[in-house]
Design a protein around this ligand. Structure first.
Ligand SMILES: Cc1cc2nc3c(=O)[nH]c(=O)nc-3n(C[C@H](O)[C@H](O)[C@H](O)COP(=O)(O)O)c2cc1C
Length: 244
């Protein structure tokens, strides 16, 4: 009888020891990472494409950075005004002052800019966000976007392209260069002048972003987000670190 009791006790203790090691509890307390043992966290992360030991998650090679919302004004070969929204865009040179926008060949604007060697960049305020969304959702090949929206195309006196009267900030650009990249062709435009509503200027003639009430686009999410709140002076922020 005693012999059977010892055998039973032996099996009970062995299975408890085995369960303890299998549970990863031996690694230690992991309160700060949600009670889960470290090894199982690493395994879960690996499933989502993370390399063991890294704290960043890989999202793969995708263009998903916050981007500007610029509406590109152009004339077609018959002199009809068109507007399309572009987010693959930014400043690319200070001297001469240049911007780059990247367009797919399928857009109507693509042929217009090549034809007229000019375009305008029209930067909307948040109250004009619906226009920016609309200009990016239909093609001027199929309809007249200015007629539909009731916005006013104004002929630039400097370049062969129209700008949108109601938008607060305009860049008039001459096509300087094109660059084939892949899905998109980059159009580099030299800024010939900037037209701005006085209502969005500071007293010393700078841009007042709180008055412009601009917004940017978050690709991948398909959403517009506001910007414009002052975070800090760049030189002063850099000094904080330099003088440490
Ligand atoms: C927020 C937003 C950003 C866009 N950015 C671009 C861009 O950078 N390049 C591009 O080729 N198309 C872009 N598009 C799509 C074009 O605006 C869309 O194809 C438009 O209908 C083209 O107009 P068009 O054919 O009259 O030129 C964007 C659309 C939206 C809504």
């Amino acid at each position: 009888m005693k012999k059977f009791m010892y055998i039973g006790l032996f099996f009970l203790i062995s299975s408890l020891v085995l369960a303890f090691f299998k549970s990863d509890a031996w690694i230690g307390q992991n309160d700060d990472i949600g009670q889960q043992p470290v090894s199982s966290l690493i395994l879960e992360n690996n499933k989502e494409g993370q390399t063991a030991g890294q704290t960043k998650k890989s999202l793969g090679a995708r263009p998903i950075l916050p981007s500007p919302v610029w509406v590109i004004g152009s004339y077609d070969k018959n002199g009809r005004s068109n507007a399309m929204t572009s987010a693959w865009a930014g400043i690319c040179s200070s001297r001469p002052p240049c911007v780059a926008i990247s367009l797919r060949k399928e857009t109507y604007t693509y042929g217009n800019i090549l034809e007229k060697k000019a375009f305008t960049i029209n930067i909307p305020s948040e109250s004009q966000a619906a226009y920016a969304a609309y200009f990016g959702s239909v093609s001027g090949r199929d309809l007249n976007k200015f007629e539909v929206t009731g916005l006013t195309p104004v002929k630039s006196e400097i370049v062969d392209a129209p700008y949108i009267k109601e938008f607060p900030l305009i860049l008039e650009c001459k096509l300087k260069q094109t660059l084939e990249i892949g899905s998109h062709t980059m159009f580099i435009g030299e800024i010939m002048d900037i037209k701005v509503d006085e209502s969005i200027l500071t007293e010393d003639g700078g841009l007042d972003l709180e008055k412009l009430k601009g917004f940017f686009f978050l690709p991948g999410r398909g959403k517009f987000y506001r910007y414009g709140e002052l975070l800090g002076d760049v030189a002063a922020l850099a000094r904080k670190i330099k003088e440490k």
